[in-house]
Design a protein around this ligand. Structure first.
Ligand SMILES: Cc1ncc(COP(=O)(O)O)c(C=O)c1O
Length: 274
């Protein structure tokens, strides 16, 4: 399998792609990224990903060194020249070198064509278990490279046999480390709007669901967890995963509900036709 990357203007094999160890990404964890995938060989909502990358970069006072259309052209070329089963594209903009002056003016820009990760079929057919952790991501609307807490909790997730973590804080229930979280209160689909990353999948689900359900962007309080009927998590690579257990407590009946099945079907249809 051939996987290619682009680093500051040069296309090469992924294993040869390097930046200097003086980068702020390594020394300070300073940088942003985005992750897009393909369906039917075509980049999916790529303009949305570029727009979010640009917005994340701007929050960190970083500028994309090339235009959106140039990013798309390079990403398509990497995909064409790589041999991947289900290709995806990672865009990374780092803080640049510690010795660059003025600081943050010379970010390193990387595009990687890589294989999309897969997840066990069982989570789609039986539902996933989440465990709650009290935490609020810093600059939550920014897709930064900082996943410190998420990585740190990997062993805890394994130990508790959970598929994912669900963050909560004084802001209510927010999101998972790498997924957005939705609940059904009756026929109303609810997802938090503040203190979360605005997922591209989240946006699509809200739009598709609005033809079938009442859709609400607003807070989900910890106290209402016992009362929710159904829950799902969404992301680019995971698509729509039903959540049937949270902290050893069943969500609703503990089975995948009909509304969740509708959302999964709508998303399948949308991506199959893309
Ligand atoms: C913190 C966080 N929330 C939500 C998501 C889901 O976003 P998307 O649907 O764009 O993949 C991600 C994606 O990696 C994320 O890192």
């Amino acid at each position: 399998m051939v996987s290619l990357c682009y680093v500051n203007g040069k296309i090469q094999s992924l294993k040869d792609g390097v930046i200097n160890i003086s980068d702020l990404a390594l020394q300070r964890g300073y940088g942003v990224f985005d992750f897009a995938r393909t369906y039917n060989g075509k980049l999916f909502h790529f303009d949305d990903h570029i727009q979010r990358l640009r917005a994340s970069a701007s929050e960190l006072h970083l500028k994309l060194p090339i235009s959106g259309s140039e990013i798309t052209r390079i990403a398509e070329q990497l995909l064409k020249d790589s041999t991947l089963n289900t290709p995806s594209v990672r865009l990374i903009l780092t803080g640049g070198y510690t010795y660059s002056s003025p600081v943050l003016e010379y970010p390193n820009f990387i595009i990687i064509a890589e294989e999309l990760p897969t997840y066990p079929n069982a989570v789609y057919s039986n539902g996933a278990k989440l465990i709650m952790v009290e935490y609020q991501r810093e600059l939550a609307h920014v897709k930064s490279i900082n996943y410190l807490n998420a990585v740190r909790l990997e062993p805890v997730k394994l130990q508790k046999n959970a598929f994912d973590i669900l963050y909560h804080s004084h802001n209510g229930i927010t999101e998972c480390p790498r997924n957005n979280f939705f609940i059904f209160r009756g026929d109303t689909l609810v997802t938090p709007v503040t203190h979360v990353l605005h997922g591209i999948t989240r946006k699509i689900i809200l739009s598709l669901a609005s033809n079938h359900f009442t859709v609400e962007e607003g807070a989900i309080h910890l106290s209402e967890l016992d009362l929710i009927d159904e829950a799902i998590i969404t992301s680019t690579s995971k698509r729509v995963i039903p959540v049937t257990t949270i902290d050893d407590q069943k969500v609703g009946s503990g089975l995948i509900g009909d509304r969740t099945k509708t959302i999964m079907r709508l998303f399948d249809e949308y991506t199959n036709d893309y």
